[in-house]
Write a protein that binds this ligand. Sequence first.
Ligand SMILES: [Zn+2]
Length: 466
Amino acid sequence: MDPIMGESKKRVCYFFDSDIGNYHYGPGHPMKPTRIRMCHSLVMNYGLYKKMEIFRAKPATKREMTQFHTDEYVDFLNRINPDNAHQFGKEQVKYNVGDDCPVFDGLFEYCSISAGGSMGQFLRCSREGAARLSRDKCDIAVNWAGGLHHAKKAEASGFCYVNDIVLGILELLRYHQRVLYIDIDVHHGDGVEEAFYTTDRVMSVSFHKYGEFFPGTGEGRARGESDVLFSYAVNVPLRDGIKDEAYKSVFEPTMRHIIEWYRPGAIVLQCGADSLSGDFLGSFNLSMRGHAACVSFIRSFNLPLLMLGGGGYTVKSVARTWAYETGIAAGVELQGTIPNNEYYEYYGPDYELNVRPSNMTDHNTPEYLDKIRESVVELLKTKTAAPSVQMHHVPKLAHDDEDDAEMEDEEDKDNRKPMRLWDKAKVHETSLSDSEDEGTGGRKHRQSHKTFGKASVADPHPVDKL
Ligand SMILES: [Zn+2]
């Protein structure tokens, strides 16, 4: 564990609840919550506990979840379990629960832990430490159980049920005029983009694979006239096989430009690890250090930073990378071989703290990446830099818009396609995966954004009431 030269010292709050590893999506499902506990075991055995404060977050309550999600959806998640699921046939279709997002024992508690870690630190800030973050008592908060970016207001999607990121950002908006959301998961951060699509107080920037890939959105072009005016969403669509240097060549200049232009008060970084080389579902070719370079770069702006997990389906790579990135947050570089820990045998045969790139073809040409960088600069020219807002207000709490609920009812629930099916198509095309598990079903992904903009920022309550 070596200090990183030239790095400013940060106070890091790390959130972990060992119960997270007790939940199982079901046999063969690629999402494995154990990866969080594997990462934690590395974090502890590398001695990182000496470099940061470790908290067990208060699990999010139903009421806290309804700051974004509808009451009826949260109630459904709270009530359903494998034994009574047969009584909820209609609701399962309505809320997209049952296939990619299965019903499993402890589903609601799992969602509570994930969401609690992302919003809890800031609740602690306001309630216990009287704004721990705002009063400069914590510079970086880390919650690897969070980052579940596909969940919608009243719908599960892509292994995500409760959108802890949206809840965490809503919490940050109480203290900060503008929050920047950055997503380096291999999939488009559609749930977060959609939630804040109509506000200039949150800017979302997602780097992801685009083209015949879940969730099918995030093309990089504005979706219509109104997008040009209102949306602070930037998408960077990438192709298969992107490597460290190419990723860096688009990530760093783009993010530097956006941060200087938007001037956020806080940053949320979703560190989805399915963008790593060899991921079971992803098709990028980033090494552990290439992925972590994004964390170092964003950290260097010295803004309050919330680091979250996300996708990541080759668990030994996920655990390695998030442990290494926890070190980056704390200002140290973890080195060498894997220390002895309860999951030691997973890291064979080399037992090194590393995820290496493969020799797969990079389909992102320098010309293509140039075009992407230019298009982001052009898009920002159509918008106001660092838009200012009145800070007398904060997002409203529990809400439920009946009109929105009706609109959702009208949508075609059968017009969706599960995540694993999309990835099956990818596997056939590129032969990248040592696939052990592919989903079934024939629903197309629903690309509607009818439900956008209900992220509670439109109808705020005075901050001093909270
Ligand atoms: Zn993903």
